[in-house]
Design a binder for this molecule. Structure first.
Ligand code: FEO
Length: 172
């Protein structure tokens, strides 16, 4: 059984993961308007990842005898000044999410909730990947500059991204 405080914090993270999905879906929609279908695909896959993150926590709350209570999801922005600005936003957002995961870990340790601490370790590792993938693309877009050719090449590359069900959901 998890504590009430931990349950509330995890519920809040379910909402934060779904908001992340909403934010990336908004970016996907914006990339569609820029005729960058590959970038839009990358963001749609990212949306699926975020919804999966939310479901991993959803399952965990239930597995520990808790109750999932869904909160209202904020409206994300709808427009960005450039593909690079969108990915800078994504990178900054992932850093915020990392801070949230760290706070959850702090709470688990504070409560001597070793099961939740072990559970959260997957998210700690995942955030390293999340920050790396967003910051790598920011760097690629910085190198690409104003070159339409470079943007076209990246768009082709991102069109190939596919969604893989995260490990914790494969056995759920
Ligand atoms: Fe759920 Fe992008 O971290």
């Amino acid at each position: 059984m998890i504590s009430q405080k931990m349950q509330e914090a995890l519920n809040d993270q379910v909402k934060a993961e779904f908001y992340s999905g909403y934010l990336y879906l908004a970016m996907a929609a914006w990339f569609e308007t820029q005729n960058l279908g590959g970038f839009a695909n990358w963001m749609r896959v990212q949306t699926q990842e975020e919804l999966a993150h939310g479901m991993i926590i959803y399952n965990y709350i239930h597995n520990r005898g808790g109750q999932v209570v869904l909160g209202a999801i904020d409206q994300p922005p709808a427009e960005w000044d450039s593909p690079r600005k969108a990915f800078e936003n994504a990178y900054a957002h992932e850093q915020v999410v990392t801070g949230r995961i760290n706070k959850l870990m702090d709470l688990a340790i504070q409560e001597s909730d070793y099961a939740t601490s072990a559970f959260l370790q997957w998210f700690v590792n995942e955030q390293v990947e999340e920050e790396l993938s967003a910051s790598t693309i920011v760097n690629q877009l910085t190198v690409a500059g104003e070159s339409p050719n470079a943007l076209f090449m990246l768009d082709r590359e991102f069109a190939a991204r596919t969604f893989n069900l995260p490990t914790p959901l494969q056995n759920a």
